[in-house]
Design a protein around this ligand. Structure first.
Ligand SMILES: NC(=O)c1ccc[n+]([C@@H]2O[C@H](COP(=O)([O-])OP(=O)(O)OC[C@H]3O[C@@H](n4cnc5c(N)ncnc54)[C@H](OP(=O)(O)O)[C@@H]3O)[C@@H](O)[C@H]2O)c1
Length: 271
């Protein structure tokens, strides 16, 4: 069960209807919540919203997260993930608010075994490029920001890998899953709770995931019985994925292992 906190600050959560956004609602119960009614690509609307609500902390969980869709809709990806963070950063800077924003392991190319916060990004797909532009826009515009890079999210309020595996497992005798892409699965409830702590730390970039590394196949094995391994070459996708997008957290205490978080998720989805 996620512990709720009583915030001392006025908080605005954007993208509150998304997978992570829902869990942020639970840990920031007094926050002002906005979904698509505040389109973050509308600079004027963003600025008006901050002037009207006057939050001290803005948490942006809004993004275009369809990795393959970003290849087909590059302009939209760059508008939501790249340019909109500039509007948010300007509005936060001008009103004196702190901005917490989420980014991704996919800003890295996956050729290293792991990535620390200061390692050089080199995205290999449009989603990663657009999210990296969003980071850059925030860093160049304001000082009081926390950029939280995370990976392989699963949560009770969104389409995610765990639900896809459960559905496919029922629909077909064998589910093929790639065994040559490695990362760190992360439960959105844990990430939301950790966001409370990060918001109180010094400005900068944070790598926040559940602990432990696995391949998508190993992740699937922990969810369903009828999974078989395949290679990325056997399962081509529109967007290239990094082979080894492992985020290393050098700044805060680690979160619990991903398999414990998965057990908590599987329990919660059935209750
Ligand atoms: N999911 C992952 O595996 C993953 C991995 C690494 C990092 N992240 C990052 O973590 C954050 C949260 O991800 P998530 O999985 O919770 O995303 P999500 O479930 O896709 O939620 C994103 C929310 O943003 C909304 N949105 C999209 N465009 C918008 C716009 N122009 N204005 C306002 N709202 C808009 C979406 O609404 P609609 O759905 O109605 O468009 C959705 O409610 C994102 O920054 C993402 O890049 C995610």
């Amino acid at each position: 069960m996620v512990a709720a906190i009583t915030p001392v600050k006025k908080i605005l959560v954007l993208g509150a209807r998304g997978m992570l956004g829902h869990d942020l609602q639970r840990v920031f119960p007094d926050a002002v919540l906005r979904g698509h009614d505040v389109d973050i690509t509308d600079a004027r609307k963003v600025s008006e919203t901050l002037r009207e609500i006057k939050p001290e902390l803005v948490i942006n969980a809004a993004a275009y997260t369809d990795v393959d869709g970003c290849e087909d809709h590059r302009d939209h990806a760059f508008a939501v993930n790249g340019e909109a963070p500039l509007y948010l950063a300007r509005a936060c800077r001008d009103t004196g608010a702190c901005l917490v924003h989420y980014s991704t392991d996919y800003i890295f190319d996956g050729t290293q075994k792991s990535y620390r916060e200061h390692d050089a990004p080199r995205p290999i797909n449009a989603y990663g490029e657009s999210k990296l532009l969003g980071e850059k826009n925030i860093r160049e515009t304001m000082e009081d920001y926390r950029i939280i890079r995370t990976s392989w999210l699963f949560g009770t309020h969104g389409k995610n890998f765990v639900e896809t595996m459960i559905r496919l497992s029922r629909e077909m005798p064998e589910v093929r899953v790639v065994n040559d892409q490695f990362g760190k699965p992360t439960y959105t409830a844990d990430l939301a709770q950790k966001t409370v702590e990060i918001a109180g730390l010094t400005p900068g970039i944070y790598h926040i995931t559940n602990d432990g590394i696995c391949s998508w196949f190993e992740f699937a094995q922990a969810i369903i019985p009828n999974v078989v391994p395949c290679s990325t070459a056997d399962y081509p996708r529109k967007a290239k994925r990094p082979a080894y997008s492992v985020l290393v957290n050098t700044k805060t205490t680690p979160m619990r292992p991903w398999n414990e978080a998965l057990a908590a998720y599987l329990k919660e989805r059935t209750t």
